[in-house]
Ligand binder design. Sequence first.
Ligand code: HEC
Length: 124
Amino acid sequence: MVKRFPAAVFLALSFGAFLAATASHWDTVPARDHARTNPLAGKPETAVAGALLYREHCQQCHAADAQGDGQKKPSLRTASVRGATDGDLEWFLRQGDLKHGMPSWSNLPQAQRWQIIAYLRSLP
Ligand code: HEC
Protein backbone atom coordinates (compact mmCIF):
# COMPACT_ATOMS: atom_id res chain seq x y z
CA MET A 1 0.00 0.00 0.00
CA VAL A 2 2.69 2.46 1.09
CA LYS A 3 4.83 1.39 -1.85
CA ARG A 4 1.99 1.78 -4.31
CA PHE A 5 0.96 5.18 -3.09
CA PRO A 6 3.28 7.21 -5.32
CA ALA A 7 2.08 5.33 -8.39
CA ALA A 8 -1.54 6.03 -7.48
CA VAL A 9 -0.78 9.71 -6.99
CA PHE A 10 1.04 9.81 -10.30
CA LEU A 11 -1.92 8.18 -12.07
CA ALA A 12 -4.39 10.55 -10.44
CA LEU A 13 -2.33 13.59 -11.43
CA SER A 14 -1.90 12.39 -15.00
CA PHE A 15 -5.61 11.72 -15.29
CA GLY A 16 -6.38 15.18 -13.94
CA ALA A 17 -4.03 16.77 -16.47
CA PHE A 18 -5.64 14.71 -19.22
CA LEU A 19 -9.12 15.90 -18.22
CA ALA A 20 -7.97 19.51 -18.05
CA ALA A 21 -6.43 19.25 -21.52
CA THR A 22 -9.52 17.73 -23.13
CA ALA A 23 -12.24 19.75 -21.34
CA SER A 24 -13.87 22.44 -23.47
CA HIS A 25 -15.37 25.66 -22.15
CA TRP A 26 -18.82 24.27 -22.89
CA ASP A 27 -18.30 21.63 -20.17
CA THR A 28 -17.95 24.32 -17.53
CA VAL A 29 -21.07 26.37 -18.33
CA PRO A 30 -23.48 26.45 -15.35
CA ALA A 31 -26.75 24.59 -16.10
CA ARG A 32 -28.83 27.77 -15.76
CA ASP A 33 -26.77 29.54 -18.42
CA HIS A 34 -26.56 26.46 -20.65
CA ALA A 35 -30.38 26.33 -20.85
CA ARG A 36 -30.89 29.99 -21.82
CA THR A 37 -32.28 30.80 -25.26
CA ASN A 38 -31.67 33.93 -27.32
CA PRO A 39 -34.58 36.31 -26.58
CA LEU A 40 -33.79 38.25 -29.79
CA ALA A 41 -33.61 35.23 -32.11
CA GLY A 42 -35.90 35.07 -35.13
CA LYS A 43 -35.84 38.78 -35.99
CA PRO A 44 -33.75 39.46 -39.11
CA GLU A 45 -32.57 42.84 -37.78
CA THR A 46 -30.94 41.08 -34.82
CA ALA A 47 -28.37 39.27 -36.98
CA VAL A 48 -27.79 42.44 -39.05
CA ALA A 49 -26.97 44.39 -35.89
CA GLY A 50 -24.82 41.45 -34.78
CA ALA A 51 -22.84 41.58 -38.02
CA LEU A 52 -21.91 45.21 -37.35
CA LEU A 53 -20.91 44.41 -33.79
CA TYR A 54 -18.89 41.44 -35.02
CA ARG A 55 -17.00 43.72 -37.39
CA GLU A 56 -16.31 46.16 -34.59
CA HIS A 57 -15.27 43.72 -31.86
CA CYS A 58 -14.50 40.23 -33.16
CA GLN A 59 -13.24 40.38 -36.72
CA GLN A 60 -9.74 41.55 -35.75
CA CYS A 61 -9.08 38.12 -34.28
CA HIS A 62 -11.62 35.73 -35.78
CA ALA A 63 -11.37 37.23 -39.31
CA ALA A 64 -14.00 38.86 -41.51
CA ASP A 65 -15.34 35.45 -42.59
CA ALA A 66 -15.21 34.13 -38.98
CA GLN A 67 -12.82 31.36 -40.03
CA GLY A 68 -10.14 32.43 -37.56
CA ASP A 69 -6.45 32.84 -38.36
CA GLY A 70 -5.71 29.14 -38.74
CA GLN A 71 -3.55 29.27 -35.62
CA LYS A 72 -4.46 30.40 -32.10
CA LYS A 73 -7.64 32.25 -33.03
CA PRO A 74 -10.24 29.64 -33.79
CA SER A 75 -12.81 29.59 -36.56
CA LEU A 76 -16.33 30.27 -35.33
CA ARG A 77 -17.81 28.14 -38.12
CA THR A 78 -17.13 24.86 -36.39
CA ALA A 79 -19.02 21.94 -34.95
CA SER A 80 -17.85 23.19 -31.55
CA VAL A 81 -19.65 26.53 -31.92
CA ARG A 82 -22.66 25.04 -33.72
CA GLY A 83 -23.01 22.45 -30.97
CA ALA A 84 -22.95 25.02 -28.18
CA THR A 85 -26.30 26.39 -27.02
CA ASP A 86 -27.06 30.11 -27.30
CA GLY A 87 -26.75 30.18 -23.52
CA ASP A 88 -23.30 28.53 -23.67
CA LEU A 89 -22.12 31.20 -26.10
CA GLU A 90 -23.56 34.08 -24.09
CA TRP A 91 -21.88 32.74 -20.96
CA PHE A 92 -18.56 32.29 -22.76
CA LEU A 93 -18.69 35.81 -24.22
CA ARG A 94 -19.21 37.18 -20.70
CA GLN A 95 -16.35 35.10 -19.26
CA GLY A 96 -13.89 35.20 -22.11
CA ASP A 97 -10.82 33.03 -21.77
CA LEU A 98 -8.14 35.56 -20.94
CA LYS A 99 -5.51 32.89 -20.37
CA HIS A 100 -5.88 31.84 -24.01
CA GLY A 101 -6.32 35.30 -25.53
CA MET A 102 -10.11 35.59 -25.72
CA PRO A 103 -11.28 38.85 -24.07
CA SER A 104 -14.36 39.08 -21.86
CA TRP A 105 -17.33 40.92 -23.40
CA SER A 106 -19.17 41.43 -20.13
CA ASN A 107 -18.99 45.20 -20.61
CA LEU A 108 -21.19 45.05 -23.71
CA PRO A 109 -24.93 45.44 -23.10
CA GLN A 110 -26.45 41.97 -22.90
CA ALA A 111 -28.66 42.65 -25.95
CA GLN A 112 -25.51 43.15 -28.02
CA ARG A 113 -24.14 39.76 -26.99
CA TRP A 114 -27.42 38.16 -28.14
CA GLN A 115 -27.18 40.08 -31.43
CA ILE A 116 -23.65 38.80 -32.03
CA ILE A 117 -24.79 35.26 -31.23
CA ALA A 118 -27.68 35.58 -33.72
CA TYR A 119 -25.12 36.69 -36.30
CA LEU A 120 -22.91 33.65 -35.58
CA ARG A 121 -25.98 31.44 -36.01
CA SER A 122 -26.65 33.02 -39.41
CA LEU A 123 -23.24 31.97 -40.77
CA PRO A 124 -23.21 29.10 -43.25
C1 HEC B 1 -7.99 39.57 -29.13
C2 HEC B 1 -8.46 38.48 -29.95
C3 HEC B 1 -9.92 38.08 -29.87
C4 HEC B 1 -11.04 38.87 -30.00
C5 HEC B 1 -11.10 40.37 -30.23
C6 HEC B 1 -12.18 37.97 -29.90
N1 HEC B 1 -11.75 36.70 -29.71
FE1 HEC B 1 -12.95 35.04 -29.53
N2 HEC B 1 -11.32 33.90 -29.16
C7 HEC B 1 -10.02 34.34 -29.22
C8 HEC B 1 -9.13 33.23 -28.90
C9 HEC B 1 -7.62 33.29 -28.84
C10 HEC B 1 -9.96 32.12 -28.64
C11 HEC B 1 -9.55 30.72 -28.20
C12 HEC B 1 -9.65 30.70 -26.69
C13 HEC B 1 -9.53 29.34 -26.10
O1 HEC B 1 -8.86 28.48 -26.67
O2 HEC B 1 -10.11 29.13 -25.05
C14 HEC B 1 -11.34 32.58 -28.83
C15 HEC B 1 -12.44 31.76 -28.69
C16 HEC B 1 -13.73 32.13 -29.01
C17 HEC B 1 -14.88 31.25 -29.00
C18 HEC B 1 -14.87 29.77 -28.62
C19 HEC B 1 -14.68 28.92 -29.85
C20 HEC B 1 -14.67 27.45 -29.54
O3 HEC B 1 -14.98 26.67 -30.43
O4 HEC B 1 -14.32 27.06 -28.45
C21 HEC B 1 -15.96 31.99 -29.38
C22 HEC B 1 -17.39 31.51 -29.53
C23 HEC B 1 -15.48 33.33 -29.62
N3 HEC B 1 -14.13 33.39 -29.38
C24 HEC B 1 -16.27 34.37 -30.04
C25 HEC B 1 -15.83 35.69 -30.12
C26 HEC B 1 -16.72 36.81 -30.39
C27 HEC B 1 -18.20 36.68 -30.67
C28 HEC B 1 -15.95 37.93 -30.34
C29 HEC B 1 -16.40 39.38 -30.47
C30 HEC B 1 -17.38 39.82 -29.49
C31 HEC B 1 -14.58 37.51 -30.08
N4 HEC B 1 -14.56 36.16 -29.94
C32 HEC B 1 -13.50 38.37 -30.00
C33 HEC B 1 -9.58 35.61 -29.51
C34 HEC B 1 -10.39 36.71 -29.68
